[in-house]
Design a protein around this ligand. Structure first.
Ligand SMILES: Cc1ncc(COP(=O)(O)O)c(C=O)c1O
Length: 241
């Protein structure tokens, strides 16, 4: 199904019953949604449609920005420029911080207008600045994440091949990957077994059917390998229990 053609039809047909929205907000990789990866071409077509119809394009890069997919922003590889970008999580290096990037022509706020008790946590600002200065002066981290992606995707692919029919998909970008397990409740069991073996791994998806790998971007190869072995072992244990 060409979902962009479907969307265009709805938004340009005045009898469709659907008004042109003020904005479209999306994740380029739906994280909690089950690690669903939007194609670069799909993103480009969506950005073009938004531009054509005057819809503000907002990318939620809270989970997959900050280098998670390799580049600093997850949409860079698609070559699109959203109107607004939401950033949080890793931007503060583990400290609470969130940012809203707005194209100047859309910014309605005056300086310091967006204030409140918890705005501008100074320690988080210092941590974020240090992270940007340490890791984002060049492309090194970006290349490292892409190299480690091969190991992660390859490892999950081998697990999926071993459990064909049980493991129904491996998908992701950069250092966010999901292993979809068809039997109800299996992903949760894997996560619980993995926890007992020292690996914290979450589940995602509408039925929590996906084991979601979101390792630290600075993870070393040996620890990555160890993590993959724990997932493999946990799956074996969960299936036999
Ligand atoms: C993609 C995405 N957007 C938004 C949020 C919500 O972020 P916050 O808790 O900072 O409002 C989360 C939290 O998990 C997220 O993963």
């Amino acid at each position: 199904v060409d979902t962009i053609a479907y969307l265009r039809r709805f938004l340009t047909d005045s009898s469709s019953g659907v008004d042109v929205p003020a904005a479209i907000l999306l994740e380029t990789v739906q994280a909690e949604g089950g690690v669903n990866v939007a194609r670069a071409d799909w993103l480009r077509q969506l950005a073009a449609l938004c531009h054509e119809l005057g819809i503000v394009l907002i990318v939620d890069d809270i989970q997959v920005g900050n280098g998670r997919t390799g580049c600093f922003f997850s949409f860079e590889e698609a070559g699109i420029v959203p109107d607004l970008v939401v950033l949080s999580k890793a931007i503060g290096g583990g400290l609470p911080m969130s940012l809203l990037l707005i194209k100047p022509e859309l910014d309605q706020w005056d300086p310091a207008e967006h204030n409140g008790t918890f705005r501008g946590n100074n320690l988080a600002f210092v941590a974020a600045t240090t992270i940007l200065q340490t890791y984002w002066q060049d492309d090194t981290l970006c290349h490292e994440v892409k190299a480690k992606e091969q190991v992660l995707a390859g490892g999950l692919g081998r697990i999926a091949a071993e459990w064909e029919g049980v493991a129904t998909a491996v998908r992701g970008r950069g250092f966010i990957y999901g292993l979809e397990l068809a039997p109800a409740g299996l992903a949760k069991k894997v996560s619980q077994h993995a926890f007992r073996e020292g690996l914290i791994i979450e589940t995602a998806g509408s039925r929590n059917q996906v084991v979601k790998c979101l390792p630290p971007l600075t993870l070393d190869s040996a620890t990555l390998q160890q993590g993959l072995e724990i997932i493999q072992h946990s799956l074996r244990t969960a299936l036999n229990s």
